[in-house]
Design a binder for this molecule. Structure first.
Ligand SMILES: [Zn+2]
Length: 239
């Protein structure tokens, strides 16, 4: 803990980006700096420092505060002797997809799939920011990067369908309540597809049947937000 008042005054006068640069290398992006989070293990940056406001925030683990908080947390970690993730667990994860007062809120949003004329329906955005300025606001960044997306629909399984998702950060696709695509974790843009015929037995689906499709997506980085869906499923049943 910082007890020495003179240390406290020095820190208050210090530039937050200079202090944090002593622990992780930061890259300037406008008024904000980004880098690998010193509080949790990660390979791509989700740690953001707002130099104007003197605040840091990690979109991966939720660590946040000012320069005093930062040093205190780092000292605590040094004292404990280990850098461990400290917010990600089942309870926090459950909050991502449930409305919790003071933590998150829900906004309905329409994702329209466009017909390419060759039997493929798609939605593609390399700047998927559906809640800019909403919720708790953009937190000093150009976009509101801190959101999750849920899609719940039903479709008729005719045979031969493909569903492909491309995006950054987490995505889980469930068909008939079974995990069909698992792109969990922080990562740059990745693709994964499910061939319904190949997975029919595993998913417990039979041609001609109507099944639930549930998509859970989480945006966590403060860089890009890619969200791309391509599918040959031509019959989503609305409602
Ligand atoms: Zn973190």
């Amino acid at each position: 803990m910082i007890k020495d008042a003179s240390v406290q005054r020095v820190l208050e006068a210090a530039r937050i980006e200079d202090v944090i640069s002593g622990y992780t290398s930061l890259r300037k992006r406008g008024v904000t700096f980004s880098g690998l989070c010193p509080f949790h293990q990660e390979k791509t940056p989700s740690f953001s420092v707002n130099a104007d406001k003197g605040l840091y925030y990690c979109f991966g683990c939720g660590a946040k505060g000012d320069v005093i908080t930062f040093v205190r947390e780092m000292e605590h970690l040094d004292f404990v002797g280990a850098v461990e993730p400290h917010t990600t667990g089942p309870a926090e994860f459950a909050q991502w997809y449930h409305d919790v007062p003071g933590v998150n809120m829900a906004f309905p949003y329409t994702i329209s799939l466009a017909d390419d004329g060759h039997g493929t329906f798609g939605f593609s955005s390399d700047a998927f920011f559906p809640i800019d300025g909403k919720g708790f606001g953009n937190e000093g960044l150009a976009h509101n990067f801190h959101f999750t997306t849920e899609v719940h629909t039903t479709f008729k399984y005719k045979g031969g369908e493909i569903f492909r998702f491309t995006g950054d950060d987490d995505l889980w696709l469930f068909i008939n309540g079974k995990l069909a695509i698992d792109l969990g974790g922080l990562h740059p843009q990745l693709s994964s597809e499910v061939n319904l015929d190949a997975k029919a037995a595993e998913l417990g689906i039979v041609k001609g049947g109507t099944y639930k499709m549930d998509i859970f997506h989480a945006e966590r980085h403060t860089e890009d937000s890619n969200f791309k869906v391509e599918t040959t499923i031509d019959c989503f049943i609305i409602g």
